[in-house]
Design a protein around this ligand. Structure first.
Ligand SMILES: Nc1nc2c(ncn2[C@@H]2O[C@H](COP(=O)(O)OP(=O)(O)OP(=O)(O)O)[C@@H](O)[C@H]2O)c(=O)[nH]1
Ligand SMILES: [Mg+2]
Length: 364
C-alpha cells in the first residue's frame, strides 16, 4: 500500500517527501524538478509502541511502515501529454491514496507556474486533469462493452449503466470518490477500474512558518471548497518540517518545534493520517526479542493477520491469543493479564481490532 504526493510543479512536494523520509529527493526552485518518482518507506509514529517497549524491554522495536511516493508535478493539459503528462498520471494510478499538496504561502522568490497564489484554482486544475484521464478510461471501457450491451447481455448492461453514471459526473467536474454505488456495482465495475479520482485523498496546505499552528486565509478557502468531499485538510509548514527532519538530535528537534508552537512534527500527524487514509490498522506482537507493529487492512481476520508475519502462520493457523492494548498496559505484563483472565482465545473468524497484542498458534 502506498500514498502518492500529487500537485502542481514547485509547490513543495519533494520538500514534503524529504520531511517524511530519509531517502532524499532533489528539491529546487524550478518547475519539473522531479521527473522519476521518489519512493520512501516511512515509519509510522505510534506512542503505543514506546509504551509496550517500556513494559516488555525487548531487544528490538520495529514500527509499522507506510510507503510514500513523490511524483512529478502536473500542469494544465497533463492529460493531453503537457508537461510530464501521461507518465505522471501512470505514476498516480499505481498508488492507493493521494496526498494533494496545495501551495498556501506567499513568497515572491518561489515561482508559481500560474503566476499567482490561489490554492482553490490549483486544486481545480489538478482535479480536472485527473478527471479527464478517468474520462478516457471510462470511454475506452464503454467502447469495449458497447456491442455486448447492445445485444442484450445483462452483465454488460449493468456495467454500462455504472460507467455512464461515472462519465456524466466526471463531465460535470465531479470526482468518482464523491459518488455512491451499491456494494455490488462498486466491487465489480468501479474498483477494478483503478480510477485515479476514486482514490481516497487528503489535502495538505503548505503554509509559511507563521501559519503552522493556526493556518491562514488560503487554508480557509481550501477548507471551504472541499467541505463536501469528506476529506481531511492538513496544515503543514513543509519547509520547516524538512529542516526539522534534518536534525538528528531529539532535544534539538523538540526545541525547534516549541519555537513554532507545535508539540510534535506535523509530519508525524501526516503519516498517521496517510495510514488511516490507506485503511490500514496495526496489531502488535510483544516478546523479549522484539516488540513490533504490523500493518493489516481494517476488517482483516486473525489468520490474515498471521499471514502478514508468515504465510505458514496463515496456512497452519489454529488459534490466536489476544490481549487488547489497554488491558496490556493496565495489567503491565502478559503474565498478569493471564492471571486476571483477560487474555482471549480467538478462532479463525475473529476480526482483528486496532491495537490487539497477538500471539498465533499454528502447525506447519
Ligand atoms: N518558503 C518556502 N519555500 C518552500 C516551501 N516548500 C517548498 N519550498 C521551496 O519551493 C521550491 C520547490 O519545492 P519542491 O519541493 O522542489 O517542489 P515540487 O512540488 O517537488 O516541484 P516539482 O518537482 O518541480 O514538481 C524549493 O525551492 C523549496 O525550497 C515552504 O513551505 N516555504
Ligand atoms: Mg519535486
Amino acid at each position: 500500500m502506498k500514498a502518492g504526493i500529487v500537485g502542481l510543479p514547485n509547490v513543495g512536494k519533494s520538500t514534503l517527501f524529504n520531511s517524511l523520509s530519509n531517502a532524499k529527493a532533489q528539491s529546487a526552485n524550478f518547475p519539473f524538478c522531479t521527473i522519476e518518482p521518489n519512493l520512501g518507506v516511512v515509519n509510522v509514529p505510534d506512542p503505543r509502541l514506546q509504551k509496550l517497549e517500556t513494559l516488555v524491554k525487548p531487544m528490538r522495536v520495529q514500527p509499522a511502515t507506510v510507503e510514500i511516493v513523490d511524483i512529478a508535478g502536473l500542469v494544465k493539459g497533463a492529460s493531453k501529454g503537457e508537461g510530464l503528462g501521461n507518465q505522471f498520471l501512470a505514476n498516480i494510478r499505481e498508488t492507493d491514496a493521494v496526498l494533494h499538496v496545495l501551495r498556501c504561502f506567499d513568497n515572491d522568490n518561489i515561482a508559481h507556474v500560474d503566476g499567482s497564489i490561489d490554492p482553490v484554482r490549483d486544486k481545480e486544475t489538478v482535479d480536472i486533469e485527473l478527471q479527464i484521464k478517468d474520462l478516457e478510461t471510462v470511454d475506452k471501457k464503454l467502447e469495449k462493452i458497447k456491442r455486448a450491451a447492445g445485444s442484450g447481455d445483462k452483465e454488460a448492461q449493468k456495467e454500462e449503466a455504472v460507467l455512464i453514471k461515472i462519465k456524466q459526473n466526471l463531465e460535470a467536474g465531479i470526482s468518482i470518490r464523491s459518488l455512491e454505488f451499491s456494494e455490488d456495482d462498486y466491487n465489480h465495475y468501479v474498483k477494478p477500474g483503478q480510477f485515479i479520482t476514486e482514490k481516497p485523498v487528503m489535502y495538505i496546505c503548505n503554509v509559511d512558518e507563521a501559519s503552522a499552528v493556526s493556518g491562514n486565509p488560503y487554508v480557509e478557502q481550501v477548507k471551504e471548497v472541499v467541505k463536501d468531499e469528506n476529506a481531511e485538510v492538513l496544515v503543514l509548514a513543509v519547509g520547516i518540517e524538512a529542516d526539522i527532519n534534518e536534525l538528528d538530535d531529539f532535544e534539538e528537534r523538540q526545541m525547534f518545534l516549541q519555537d513554532i508552537g507545535l508539540d510534535e512534527p506535523g509530519s508525524s500527524k501526516l503519516i498517521r493520517a496517510a495510514y488511516k487514509l490507506l485503511k490500514q490498522q496495526t496489531f502488535f506482537t510483544a516478546g523479549v526479542k522484539e516488540v513490533r507493529a504490523w500493518t493489516i487492512d481494517i476488517g482483516a481476520t486473525a489468520p490474515q493477520a498471521a499471514g502478514v508475519i508468515h504465510t505458514d502462520f496463515e496456512k497452519g493457523f489454529i488459534r490466536a491469543e489476544v490481549i487488547s492494548y489497554d488491558d496490556y498496559v493496565h495489567y503491565g505484563s502478559e503474565a498478569k493479564v493471564k492471571e486476571a483472565g483477560k487474555m482471549r482465545i480467538e478462532g479463525k473468524n475473529y476480526i482483528v481490532k486496532d491495537g490487539d497484542v497477538m500471539h498465533f498458534l499454528f502447525n506447519v
